[in-house]
Design a protein around this ligand. Structure first.
Ligand code: SAM
Length: 303
């Protein structure tokens, strides 16, 4: 099994500003990379770890076996308010881990043969097979445009509908074949794998990734303590835009400059951005771990 190389590891932990004895949440446990760094600084504090993938939890228990102050929760991070009343810091490192991506039978990868699954939580929910074989063409087009930013969405959706009319599309590489057939040579010869955007779109749909993030962004402020920080690593522009917008919203107050106010009457924002510009990986990290390439890290602090 492939190991997961944590992205922006030191930068994210630095931004989280872990305080000894505090309560922290890792919403995307993965293989425990960020969690381990938090635990090294946490002393007697408590760490709550969430993952939708039971295998991620089981593997991380091995990685973090020396620590007895970890609570493992097999649930969506958007439900963290149900389990934790107050946290000094929350970290999210979105998307899939390398082991999920590299194990053919999970169905996430356009490089390896496997069933069209793509569910992070294999115990429930719709798989990519159902999306590919049962969604209406218009819905496929919408998903490919919205979640994959795929310019050839119509062509690809057309080809999927045509192919599945004779027999369901069952595997990752079958789907890759359908996508490749649908695209003109000009597009195929461009940099990057021709199925990348489609696979990203399907994965986001299957796991309701943007809904989870949106729900988290609306609610995390209810549990973040005074001086607490939330830091998020995103991997594509759709997610980063959502994070950037919400963090900006929380850290600014609408102030009507035409109305005179005494200094004590001036409303102050409850949050401050920890970094104005997103932190991105350096060349050395990208070379060592090409999956880090599109990562962006943002943080916010409660005042
Ligand atoms: C990029 S990996 C995290 C890697 C981790 N930070 C590390 O260094 O080992 C993302 C993990 O988050 C999980 N995940 C993604 N979305 C989730 C959600 N909404 N709720 C809970 N877990 C989620 C995935 O199953 C995956 O294991």
């Amino acid at each position: 099994m492939t190991d997961h190389v944590s992205v922006l590891l030191n930068e994210a932990i630095e931004l989280l500003n872990v305080r000894e004895g505090g309560t922290y949440i890792d919403g995307t446990l993965g293989r425990g990379g960020h969690s381990r760094k938090i635990l090294e600084r946490l002393g007697k504090g408590k760490l709550y770890c969430f993952d939708l993938d039971e295998q991620a939890i089981e593997e991380s228990k091995k990685v973090l076996k020396g620590y007895d102050n970890v609570v493992y929760i097999h649930d969506n991070f958007m439900n963290m308010n149900k389990y934790v009343k107050e946290a000094d810091g929350i970290i999210l490192d979105l998307g899939v881990s390398s082991p999920q991506f590299d194990e053919g039978d999970r169905g996430f990868s356009y490089r390896y043969e496997g069933p069209l699954d793509m569910r992070m939580d294999r115990s429930s929910g719709l798989s990519a097979y159902e999306v590919v074989n049962t969604y209406r063409k218009e819905d496929l087009v919408r998903i490919l445009y919205d979640y994959g930013e795929e310019r050839s969405a119509v062509r690809i959706a057309d080809a999927i509908v045509k192919a599945r009319a004779s027999k369901p599309i069952e595997t990752t590489l079958e789907l890759v074949g359908v996508i490749k057939e649908a695209l003109p040579q000009k597009t195929l010869s461009k940099k990057g794998h021709p199925a990348k955007q489609t696979f990203q779109a399907l994965r986001i749909e299957v796991n309701h990734e943007l809904d989870s993030l949106s729900c988290f962004l609306s609610n995390f402020n209810q549990i973040l303590a005074h001086k607490g920080r939330a830091v998020i690593i995103t991997f594509h522009s759709l997610e980063d835009r959502m994070v950037k917008r919400r963090f900006r919203e929380l850290s600014t107050v609408e102030d009507d400059k035409r109305v005179f106010k005494l200094p004590e009457e001036i409303e102050k924002a409850e949050y401050v951005l920890v970094n104005r510009k997103a932190v991105v990986p350096g060349e050395e990290e990208i070379e060592r771990n090409p999956r880090a390439k599109s990562a962006k890290l943002r943080g916010i602090e409660r005042l």
